[in-house]
Ligand binder design. Sequence first.
Ligand SMILES: Nc1ncnc2c1ncn2[C@@H]1O[C@H](COP(=O)(O)OP(=O)(O)OP(=O)(O)O)[C@@H](O)[C@H]1O
Ligand code: NI
Length: 311
Amino acid sequence: MLLKITNLRVYFKSADGFVKAADGVDLELYPGEILGLVGETGSGKTVLGLAITRLLPKTAAVSGEVLYRGQNLLALPEEEMRKVRGRQVSMIFQNPLSSLNPALSIGEQIAEVLREHQGLKRKAAWQRAGELLELTGIPAKWIRSYPHELSGGMRQRAMIAIGLACAPSLLIADEPTRGLDVTIQVQIVELLHAVTKGVSPPRSMLLITHDLGVAAALTDRLAVMYAGKIVEYGRTGEVFRNPRHPYTRALLDSHPSNGLIATKGFSPSLINLPPGCSFHPRCKKARKKCAHEPPLVQRIGMDHGVRCFYA
Ligand SMILES: Nc1ncnc2c1ncn2[C@@H]1O[C@H](COP(=O)(O)OP(=O)(O)OP(=O)(O)O)[C@@H](O)[C@H]1O
Ligand code: NI
């Protein structure tokens, strides 16, 4: 097991009460595996990625356990955590334009990571930055380009190059294909596949995405998140063929290519979650019990679990 998350909670204090962005998340990730995290907007996917890398704002109340190679990241001193971020786990953020530094060339940004975390000297770092650019499909002669000079797809590639600079065992990619043209999306999917499954030993990835097509193409296993909880997980093919949570079914029934989720009703406020199963107000299959008893995860097969009484 590379990563084992147990009972992770992330609460934000707001004027109206606590926003329960993650509310008892359990998740496991095996070495070399790509795990997809899907779910509609606001379900807590990004917060989960930020909690693993400990990049949440200080105002977030975090509890539970995030074991990475047996070590609880949530209990590490900040200095140790910086080392983990520099060498083991790196996150590729949702919006390259706001995550890249506009004042530094992409080469400088990659070289900076290499100098700081890999201890490379100036010249070696610059050379390696060029190699990383080539590896992610950016001609090395673009090394002095600034983020605003690049297309959206190229910026995403640059983000991936920065993410790879510290040779992590685990990549967390947050919506890496969002906002890109379909042909470019396909290229990014191929690139992500190459830098994970195509290296030896294969690298693990937690892939956060709205796009079920991307999830189907890339992931080995899938976790479906709803209102701060994982409501279903399993092997990707199994979840697509045999979805057992009513929410997963609704998600798969909605048009996969446009990423819209056409379930009736509004997603619940994470402040005032409905009692019982959070999904029950929107669920066609809900019965009386669902309104007052929160369901636990039921295992319904080898590595397939569902948080529903009537799965
Ligand atoms: N810094 C913060 N302070 C307060 N609330 C926050 C903060 N960051 C996230 N949240 C809240 O946590 C919840 C989960 O947000 P998150 O960004 O993880 O959703 P998501 O599943 O990634 O959605 P999307 O698909 O739109 O990216 C939301 O209700 C959001 O408003
Ligand atoms: Ni997000």
